[in-house]
Write a protein that binds this ligand. Structure first.
Ligand code: GUN
Length: 291
């Protein structure tokens, strides 16, 4: 069993991004600039956005963080999005999800200019990705593809089972892995809450990707000997072992599943660092005016 080290891979990619930034600057170009909008005080969202801002510093990007109280009106949020769309210095921006219930998330996503939508959530980018046109690709699926590439994991003709059908991970990943080429050419099954015999479906997977947000859902009896297991779960659970009082748990029961695997991602330190890396890569593309 080999552990897939997302931290190591993301550090290596960040070094190449930082070099690219230096090249752009040395040629008189503008420093890439990523902005983020954070609404409310959800602990997970604050942590993720802070990591994104810190990653910008690490690679030499400019960053802007705009925070709003939980009770900001939808109109006020849409006004800020319009400002960011018009701001020529901002190459790309994200609105951290989830948003409070009184704000229509889809309306917010669709208000972001597709050219600055470095999360790849706008229907225009999703549609382009779907038919294989250049586009901003959703960061977590793109990060998973980078991990498969880095470890030279074979994908052609493999049976990939994805648990979870979210717009952010499961759905786009199912399309990306079924595309022609590498990493791709997989036969993909998407499992969800209404799937019958989910353990049997999972057990057929050469590559099993758990993205349902249910801690330790995948157990040893669901995994084929030699499978590649990618754990996208990051649920905060109460813990007496940490100072914060919580720790991150993946969707895979790591200790019992790992011995069966050819490759497996840990939580934390697997997919998580790659998501931020993909966001940086999308921002660099936006700064270059390319997708
Ligand atoms: N919430 C959970 N994941 C993400 C992400 O990739 N982007 C944004 N904007 N919000 C998220």
């Amino acid at each position: 069993m080999e552990l897939i080290d997302g931290k190591k891979v993301s550090d290596a990619i960040k070094i190449t991004i930082a070099e690219e930034v230096q090249t752009i600057l040395s040629q008189g170009g503008k420093r890439p600039h990523l902005a983020a909008i954070l609404v409310g005080t959800d602990g997970g969202s604050i942590t993720y956005v802070n990591h994104k801002v810190k990653a910008c510093e690490q690679v030499g990007f400019a960053s802007t963080l705009k925070t709003f109280d939980e009770d900001i009106s939808e109109d006020a949020l849409l006004d800020t999005i319009a400002e960011f769309n018009a701001n020529k210095d901002i190459d790309g921006f994200i609105v951290q999800l989830p948003l409070p219930k009184h704000i229509d998330e889809q309306k917010v996503i669709e208000a972001i200019s597709p050219n600055k939508d470095v999360d790849g959530f706008h229907p225009i980018n999703v549609g382009k990705m779907m038919i294989g046109l250049p586009s901003f690709k959703s960061a977590t699926p793109a990060g998973i593809l980078e991990l498969l590439k880095y470890y030279h994991i074979e994908t052609a003709g493999k049976h990939c089972v994805i648990i979870g059908r979210s717009n952010i991970v499961g759905k786009p990943l199912s399309v990306m892995l079924s595309h022609k080429g590498y990493p791709g050419d997989c036969t993909v099954t998407v499992c969800h809450s209404r799937t019958k015999n989910i353990a049997e479906e999972c057990k057929r997977a050469d590559i099993l990707i758990a993205a349902l947000g249910s801690p330790e859902f995948v157990t040893a009896d669901m995994v084929k000997q030699g499978a590649v297991v990618i754990d996208v779960g990051t649920t905060r659970v109460a813990s007496s072992e940490t100072k914060s009082g919580w720790k991150l748990k993946g969707d895979v029961k790591f200790d019992e599943v790992a011995p069966l695997c050819s490759y497996i991602t840990p939580v934390p330190g697997g997919v998580g660092p790659m998501t931020i890396c993909s966001l940086l890569m999308n921002t660099l593309q936006a700064a270059r005016g390319k997708k």
